[in-house]
Design a protein around this ligand. Structure first.
Ligand SMILES: [Zn+2]
Length: 185
């Protein structure tokens, strides 16, 4: 199994909490491959998004497991948000608990940017980043890609963004439409 190599194409959410939610190949129409498939790939991701510097050391199995648990609650919370529903109390409670996991290692700067000095603080930093977005919901709301379910904040001028990326889902859609037109359908 080859490890995930993170690129900027993985970071299309417009917010670190959404990029964290987008660490599976796809959420729709069925759950796709896990991209956070090892402590090494999680470590590399934390560095890629500048949440925990590489120099801060390795991630342990327990932190990866806690991160994946948190991600499941974040999917629930952001799906509720984008569908105009209240966040389920159980999901919120889990996010709040996660914000305390390794909280001794979390830093918050004057601009509201959360980072962790050690990988043990990664889960708390991710939970706090997610709470930042959930407590101060963007307008328009967080959306999910029509193709794969990856979350994003729509900052496009027309506010009609449908895809995580034009390189992937947007392009597949265009190719499918082109084929349909050619077939006279
Ligand atoms: Zn997509």
């Amino acid at each position: 199994m080859s490890a995930t190599t993170w690129t900027d194409d993985h970071l299309v959410g417009g917010h670190v909490a959404l990029d964290f939610c987008n660490t599976v190949y796809r959420r729709f129409p069925e759950l796709g491959a896990e991209l956070l498939d090892s402590t090494t790939t999680f470590r590399a991701w934390l560095d890629q998004v500048a949440l925990v510097p590489d120099s801060a050391g390795a991630v342990d199995d327990a932190s990866l497991a806690a991160a994946l648990d948190l991600r499941a609650s974040l999917w629930q919370a952001f799906d509720a948000h984008r569908e105009g529903r209240a966040v389920a109390p159980k999901a919120l409670a889990h996010i709040l608990r996660s914000a305390q996991r390794g909280s001794d290692d979390v830093s918050l700067d004057q601009n509201g940017v959360v980072t962790a000095a050690a990988p043990s603080g990664a889960v708390a930093a991710l939970a706090l980043a997610a709470l930042q977005l959930l407590l101060n919901p963007p307008v328009p709301a967080v959306r999910a890609c029509d193709g794969c379910g990856w979350f994003f904040v729509d900052t496009s001028r027309a506010r009609r963004r449908r895809w995580c990326s034009m390189k992937t889902c947007g392009n597949e859609h265009k190719v499918a439409r082109y084929r349909a037109l050619r077939a006279g359908r």
